[in-house]
Ligand binder design. Structure first.
Ligand SMILES: Cc1cc2nc3c(=O)[nH]c(=O)nc-3n(C[C@H](O)[C@H](O)[C@H](O)COP(=O)(O)OP(=O)(O)OC[C@H]3O[C@@H](n4cnc5c(N)ncnc54)[C@H](O)[C@@H]3O)c2cc1C
Length: 399
């Protein structure tokens, strides 16, 4: 077994480092929790997205015919690890589009949908920013119980209902919306469809939800008599559940690679800080750091295995869930370790990177406060454990 990347992937890694030095602020990893959702930072993020698009890096893994580079597994791993390590902006904001909307459209979108949306996403245009409308106030883990209705009226659907926790809805041009199209289906999973909704429709109302740190990241969306052409149906009517499962698999495959990069960066920052502040002899902190180092390495091997299996066309029924589970636990551990190391300085609230007592730009307080939410995003940690139990160990379904 060879743990080294090949020459092409190493070259790409070097090019990405050069890009970071030239185009980004170098230390986004330490400021992203504070700024990534301000208007000013959004503009900066989209500028970087366009520069990444020029190099076709925004959609590196997409086939060339759709504006990607058809990257190899190694290139994909090398690139996204760097994205995480340097927290390259632009990749995350468009992630619904590049990560799962685009790849899903390639699989089950119409020719017109592909021709219209894939170039917009791949170009880093703000018209290629999407949000994902799955969760509702009464439907989260049990997503198939969703009740937002799309009723057919001639060659249009009329949509009414509410979504919640919708990341970036206030930035998005399009919504990847899960709706109920057949309330009478004998199985609740069989009455769901996926529909593309224009966020500029006057019947779409977006309201902010502020997270634990007071930042605006996710939203509620209200749909009132929103009329959408039937041509915006993605895949087959009432087969949306099965399309969503595929889109969720794409979604869960996106973050773990860059997460291994960002975890390593956080660890490097913490070790550096511990040395600088003379805390390296504190036995408890050393143990935390050692635990982090071991777990990051273990998570990386798991993620590499998943991507390798996927690229070899082998089934990955539980691997993405295992990787998200590891990611969730490690994120929490990093938040705890970081705030322990920083000590009483970590109590400066609200998180304020410009306060003279703030250490490491408040990044670890940011992680500490975000980690409970990140456990829920893209399916909760417990849901992932249920999937590993069922699909990996052959245990019965939990519900
Ligand atoms: C940062 C963030 C970003 C998000 N972005 C989006 C987005 O862009 N679009 C979108 O649609 N949604 C988004 N979500 C919502 C997310 O998908 C849901 O929060 C998640 O699916 C859980 O649903 P819920 O919040 O309704 O919790 P519930 O499903 O009510 O779960 C509550 C608790 O019960 C547990 N639980 C539920 N069922 C079981 C079971 N069978 N076995 C064991 N335990 C169970 C859960 O693990 C959880 O701990 C986001 C959430 C966060 C935090």
């Amino acid at each position: 077994m060879d743990f080294k990347f090949g020459d092409k992937a190493e070259k790409l890694r070097e090019e990405v480092r050069e890009f970071v030095k030239k185009e980004t602020l170098h230390d986004e990893i330490l400021v992203q929790y504070q700024e990534e959702h301000s208007d000013e930072h959004f503009k900066f993020i989209m500028e970087i997205a366009r520069k990444l698009a020029e190099k076709k890096w925004l959609t590196l893994t997409w086939p060339r015919e759709y504006g990607g580079l058809g990257a190899s597994v190694e290139e994909r791993l090398a690139f996204f690890e760097q994205v995480g390590y340097w927290a390259i902006p632009g990749v995350g904001m468009g992630v619904s589009g590049t990560g799962w909307v685009g790849p899903s459209l390639m699989l089950f979108g119409t020719k017109e949908q592909k021709e219209k949306h894939l170039p917009l996403i791949a170009s880093g245009s703000s018209d290629g920013v999407w949000c994902t409308g799955y969760s509702e106030p009464d439907s989260g883990s049990d997503l198939a119980s969703l009740s937002t209705m799309a009723v057919r009226d001639g060659d249009e659907y009329v949509i009414n209902g509410q979504k919640v926790w919708t990341s970036a809805a206030h930035r998005a041009r399009w919504c990847w919306l899960a709706c109920r199209t057949n309330p009478g289906a004998s199985k609740k999973h069989d009455g769901i469809s996926l529909i593309i909704v224009d966020m500029k429709d006057p019947g779409v109302k977006v309201l902010p939800i502020y997270n634990l740190m007071g930042f605006h990241y996710f939203n509620e969306i209200f749909f009132t008599n929103v009329r959408v052409p039937v041509a915006n149906l993605v895949g087959e009517e009432n087969r949306g559940w099965y399309h969503i499962m595929k889109a969720l698999a794409f979604e869960r495959s996106v973050r773990p690679i860059s997460a291994t990069g960002s975890m390593q960066r956080y660890l490097d920052e913490l070790v550096h800080y511990a040395r600088e502040t003379g805390q390296m002899k504190n036995a408890e902190l050393r143990h935390f750091l050692a635990e982090l180092a071991s777990n990051i390495r273990a998570m990386r091997q798991c993620v590499f295995e998943t991507i390798w299996r996927e690229s070899a066309g082998m089934p990955t029924p539980y691997e993405y869930s295992r990787d998200k589970y590891n990611n969730d636990n490690l994120t929490e551990l990093i938040g705890i370790t970081g705030t322990n190391l920083i000590g009483a300085y970590s109590q400066i609230a609200p998180i304020d990177k410009d306060n003279r007592w703030t250490k490491l730009k408040g990044a670890f307080e940011g992680i500490y406060f975000s980690s409970p939410g990140m456990r829920n995003a893209a399916g909760t940690t417990l849901t992932q454990m249920n999937i590993v139990g069922q699909m990996g160990l052959g245990l019965p379904r939990s519900y």
